[in-house]
Write a protein that binds this ligand. Structure first.
Ligand code: AMP
Length: 295
């Protein structure tokens, strides 16, 4: 049965919507935070939330606090009408899409600093990015008060940051992580893929293929992360359109670099392809098991 999609633009509206639902049904509330311009990655989170929540809330907020000065805040792709249609079809009940001054009114000063998990990888090239992410997600948790929230493995460091703040700040909710949804040629779906020219789009899957190289080496028993990273870098460097930012192999919870693979390990890459900054990652098998336990 088609549900009616409610659109809330203010915190008060959203709160009264959730409050009424809880009072009337006592059901579970699920939250999927997004910046909109939906693709199958976003929709997979909404469908997962639909399966185990009575009320599914999706936030659409292009959060200025997580963009650096020279980044793509103004150009970030947006299409509210299409998003609403797709969310409705995925079974979402409520869209929360506040204007910026609703989330950051005059006088706003507090930030949430997730600590060392936010410092390496994307935290190095995007200083302040994860403070912005942690702050807005903490606000969304407080505004919506969900029983559970869904995030994508595609943004592995963001997942680690959110798990850290949920534990440290005692948010009473469960965090679910869904697998990365990919195009047929392996490119991780991302709202930013629209920035790619036709030629750049053809070359962009090199990132995923480099991760598969890492996976293959780890499966064959290689535990020396230096060797794996060198092979990945060599492979990416052979593509003239891809400007590598980093290749890392880290502990998926702490985001600390690993010299050897002896337990859970995540290979992660970031690169510029034309004007698009793309990230991707893959969980590597724990040596004794030789099987990935992703999501
Ligand atoms: P964004 O709108 O890019 O902030 O993403 C909103 C949520 O969707 C985040 O939890 C992302 O990790 C998740 N997401 C983005 N792309 C993908 C993808 N390709 N597969 C799975 N989840 C994704």
């Amino acid at each position: 049965m088609a549900r009616e999609l409610a659109i809330c633009r203010t915190i008060n509206d959203l709160r009264s919507c959730v409050k009424t639902y809880r009072k009337e049904t006592g059901g579970r509330v699920g939250l999927v935070p997004t910046m909109g311009f939906f693709h199958e990655g976003h929709l997979s989170l909404m469908r997962a939330a639909r399966q185990s929540s009575g009320l599914v809330v999706v936030s659409i907020f292009v959060n200025p606090a997580q963009f650096g000065q020279s980044e793509d805040l103004d150009d970030y792709p947006r299409d509210a009408e299409r998003d609403h249609e797709q969310a409705g079809a995925a079974g979402v009940d409520v869209i929360f899409s506040p204007p910026v001054d609703e989330m950051y009114p005059q006088g706003f000063e507090t930030t949430v600093n997730p600590g060392s998990v936010a410092e390496g990888l994307c935290g190095l090239s995007r200083p302040g990015h994860f403070l912005g992410v942690a702050t807005v997600v903490a606000k969304l948790f407080n505004i919506v008060g969900p029983d559970a929230a869904w995030f994508g493995q595609k943004d592995a460091q963001q997942v680690a940051v959110i798990k850290r703040i949920a534990a440290d700040l005692n948010f009473d909710l469960s965090i679910h992580v869904c697998p990365t949804v990919r195009e047929e040629d392996g490119l991780a779906m991302s709202s930013r893929n629209v920035y790619l020219s036709k030629e750049e789009r053809q070359h962009a899957p090199v990132l995923y293929r480099s991760l598969n190289k890492a996976l293959g080496m780890a499966r064959r028993g290689e535990t020396d992360t230096g060797k794996i990273k060198r092979a990945m870098r060599r492979y990416i460097a052979s593509n003239y359109l891809v400007e590598l930012e980093y290749v890392k192999i880290v502990d998926p919870d702490s985001m600390e670099s690993l010299k050897q693979i002896g337990g859970p390990a995540l290979a992660a890459v970031a690169a510029k392809v034309g004007s698009a900054r793309l990230i991707d990652n893959i969980l590597l098998p724990v040596p004794a098991m030789h099987e990935s336990t992703a999501c």
